[in-house]
Each structure stands twice: as structure tokens, then as C-alpha cells.
Design a protein around this ligand. Sequence first.
Ligand code: ADP
Length: 437
Amino acid sequence: MTSRLSRAWRNGIWRLALASAVALAIGWWLHAIAACLLAVAAIWLSLGAYRLRGFARWLESGRRRPDARGSGLRAELEHLISSRRRASFDEKRHLVGLLRAFRDAAAALPDAVIALDGDHRIQWFNAAARHLLGLKYPEDVGGHVTNLLRAPRIVDWLRQGGIDPLNDQPSPGDESLRLNLRLIRYAGDQCLLIARDVSQLMRLEQVRRDFVANVSHELRTPLTVVHGYLDLIEPEQMQEYEPILRELRNQSRRMTQIVEDLLTLSRLEAQHEIPAERVAMRPLLEALRREAVALSQGQHAVSIEIRSPQDLRGSPKDLHSAFSNLVSNAVRYTPQGGRITLRWETDALGGRLSVIDTGHGIPAQHLPRLTERFYRVSTSRSRETGGTGLGLSIVKHVLQLHQARLEITSELGVGSVFSCVFGPERLLEPQAVVALS
Ligand code: ADP
């Protein structure tokens, strides 16, 4: 097309040159060269202005077919523009088709999908959003999502940026439905709010939890009886059965501990709220140190470093149980002569309780799975030291209830650091001590 355009342009120049030559010849013959050239220029400009007007009218009309016939510059320009218009129209139609197909697919999703703008105003939502989130079409389009989904948990979650998914949220439209909400960012500040119905999954999860809790509960009584009778028998009085009796005692103690840990986990899983009590860190660390010393029986050097006077807000009993699991692991997985340090420190980002040991260390590939139930790096070492494989699961659950997280760093043969990291909202200023005279 462009070569046709330049050919038309060249032809135009030739025609102008020819007309000027003819005007020159006539002018020379009539002795009026300037007048003839002026006349040709005037005719040429008028013709150009007339064609330009026609071209402008055609552009304005928006008609797709070119007006001009023939092969002049204007005809070529109209052809060029109309073919570009056609291509852009086809492209637009293709894009609109794609957009419709995408919307139809999103509308047919069983999950609720809401498109939000940067201010969290609803731009669009699918049919499932009406059912799962109780939204109404078209009234709710353009509304602020927190005015329409008013559950305080959803509002808080959205305010905090919705970084992690929000689990087990009752549906605002139907309380019997449980939802999992996710916020996905795209194209700068736009977001997709996706809600999935996980009621069935939650029911199965509840059945699993109840089953584990019931089995653990049922095992507790017979185990207490077995354990009690075994304690009554002194191995020294039955020399030939002594090793068997000792092993029986050890195993029944381990089973009792597993049952207790499973019951603790069931209780933590069922718990959604925790007490907001002051957890005094200095006495807690001192108690943990005493426990470590008792467990270590003089085999390790245990020290505490309290670098901040601040305390924590939460459940003293659960936090003690979590920290004491970490301390017990440090003692059990650190060879004789090793060092164990309990450190408490805070800054503007929050608080950190670290249990640092100079033990065996953990290979990096095991770190992400350590908090899974019954996951052990070395099963024999865990059993030898009386481990249940549930300690770190308990730690993870307790920390989750406190909106805190467990960070683990470890180097083989050098040692490990298990840190419980709390947000600044969990920190409490030290209590003022009133001196009585
Ligand atoms: P266990 O009762 O077996 O100790 P835990 O859940 O407390 O179960 O820990 C899981 C696994 O993580 C342990 O079996 C052990 O292999 C590893 N582990 C935990 N703490 C330490 C530590 N301080 N040093 C080395 N390994 C550890």
C-alpha cells in the first residue's frame, strides 16, 4: 500500500511538472511566463483544496468504503486509511470476543470471583458471588467491598492487605457455608477476590479431628491403668524380666506422651481464640532454663539472654508448652558438652524468642517439613530420646493462635536456632513496680 501511495505521490509531482512545463511554453509564446505559471499554480491549489475538503468529509463521516475512485493520491490515502480501519475493527471485535469468552468462563466458575479496583470498589462479580457472598446485581456494582461484606474478620483481613488466604470464614449469605477467601493482585492495584466453598472439606476435617481426639481420649484410661501396674512392679525384684519390664515402662510412657500430645493438638486445633493475658518473659525464661537443666542432668551449659524488658500478650500456658517443646528438643538433639541459649529480644518489628543449640543440626531439605505431625529427621534418634514427633506441630499451632511464626535455621554439625517471631501488637511494656515504704 505504501509503494502505491508513493507511486501516486510521484505521479502527482510529474503532473505538476508537466502542467508547469506547458504553462512555461504557453507563457513564453504569449510573453507572459509569470502569469501562466501563476494561473497553473492557482488551478493546482484550488483542485488540491477541493480534494482535501472531500477527503476531510469522508474522514468525518467515518464511512469505511473509500469515496474516491481511481488512482490519485487521495484515492490511495482513503484506501490506506480504510484498510487500517478495517484491521483495527477486526482486532477490536476479536478482543471483545475474547473478553466475552473470559467473562463467560469466570461467570460459570463455581468459586465466587469479584473484580475490585484500587479503592476496593466492586467492578464486576460472577453468579457464584451472589450465592456465596450474598451480593446483589446490579445494585452492588460500584459499592465498596467492606460496606457489602461486613463480617469483621473479612474487613480486618482486607484492611491488612489480604496477604495470606482467610480460612474457614462463614459465608455472609448463608452461615452454614464455610469459605476460603483469597485476594489476588493484578495490573497494578486491581484485585480479584476469590471465595471458595470449603464446607465439605471443613466437615471432613472436623470428622478427622473428632476421630483423633476420641481415639486419644479412649486410649488414655487403658494406658493409665497399664502404666500404673507397670509402676507397681519393681524390675529389681524380678531379675530375669528386668530388661523387658524397663522396655515396657519406656514404651508405655512414650504412648502416654503421644496420647497427651495428640489431645493437646486437638484442643489447639479446635481453639479459635486465646486468652490475652500478660506473659512475663523473665520468669518464663528462668522457668524454661530450670526445665532444661533438669532434663539435661548436667550434660549441657544452659544460659538465658534477656535483651528486652517487654512482655508478651497471649496464653501463658500454651506459650510455655510451645517454648518448652523447643527447649526439650535442644537438650535432646545436642550431644553432651553442648551449649543451649534461650534469648528474648524485641524491636519495632516485634519480639523474638530463640532457642539456640550447638547440636547435631538439621539438613536443609528437612526444614520445610519439620512441623508436620510425626515428621522426624532421624526416627531412631527421636525415639531414643523419647520424642513423639508431635512437638513442633504443637509449637506451630500455638504460634498460629498468636499470629506468630516459627523460623528455623540450622547447620549440620554446628547447631540450630528455633525462633518464635511475634508481631509488635503482641508486645506489652513492662509493668511498673510500685515500691511500698
Ligand atoms: P520429636 O518428638 O521427634 O523431637 P518434634 O516435632 O519435636 O518431634 O521434632 C521433629 C524433628 O525435628 C525431630 O524428630 C528432629 O529430627 C528434628 N529436630 C527438632 N528440634 C531439633 C534440634 N534442636 N536439633 C536437631 N533436630 C531437631
